[in-house]
Ligand binder design. Structure first.
Ligand SMILES: Cc1cc2nc3c(=O)[nH]c(=O)nc-3n(C[C@H](O)[C@H](O)[C@H](O)COP(=O)(O)O)c2cc1C
Length: 186
């Protein structure tokens, strides 16, 4: 069984991305995985300054000292990472993209901390409209270049036409969670 880290890139902790995460967790836990969710909007994480000068200190891979250190600890504990995001301009939210950029400091410390090593990733996306395809393409490419197993994607579309008080179970997110492990079989 795997330990899964979910990075929640929504600025609204109780909106549609969060609903997808709840369903995903139920699915993953139903087949025995453990899950940790980090609501990035509750943390203080600065954007990458592009110094390419990290890796001096294992405990603090990045030169910046902020709540990214919490993410590094949880990322290192996890086998699999779920990138959960609202669709913003057909891409990741800024909250999540900042964290993805800051993960690079791990590779500066030791490439295998970020690249390969049996890691896997999945994508959850909540979109006001109906075109998550550009993000799907970006995510697929990211999995390929990181040499992670691509565990799949789930989307909740047309959220801008939905009532946030009445979010039901997200079947696709649940099924994605419940499929983790099964898809990895050769
Ligand atoms: C800055 C911004 C950019 C957005 N860009 C898109 C977009 O490119 N495509 C889309 O379908 N919806 C877009 N939306 C709508 C969000 O994807 C949608 O409201 C989503 O449910 C937000 O996630 P949340 O419910 O977790 O807050 C955008 C919303 C904002 C605030």
């Amino acid at each position: 069984m795997s330990h899964i880290l979910v990075l929640n890139g929504s600025a609204r902790p109780n909106a549609f991305t969060a609903a997808m995460i709840r369903s995903f967790c139920k699915g993953a836990e139903s087949v025995g995985h453990t899950v940790t969710v980090i609501d990035l909007c509750k943390l203080n994480i600065h954007s990458c300054i592009g110094c390419l000068n990290g890796s001096k200190d294992k405990e603090h891979p990045c030169v910046q000292r902020d709540d990214m250190d919490t993410v590094y600890v949880e990322f290192r504990k996890a086998d699999l990472t779920v990138f959960a995001t609202p669709l913003f301009f057909w891409s990741y939210s800024g909250l999540l993209k900042n964290v993805i950029d800051r993960l690079w400091a791990l590779a500066e410390y030791d490439r295998s901390e970020l690249i390969g090593r049996g890691r896997g990733g999945a994508l959850l996306v909540a979109a006001g409209g109906s075109h998550p395809e550009p993000l799907y393409e970006l995510f697929d490419y990211m999995m390929k270049r990181l040499a992670w197993k691509n565990l799949g994607k789930a989307a909740l579309l047309h959220t801008d036409d939905m009532d946030m008080q009445d979010i039901s179970e997200c079947e696709d997110a649940y099924m994605l969670g419940a499929s983790i492990g099964k898809r990895e079989e050769p």
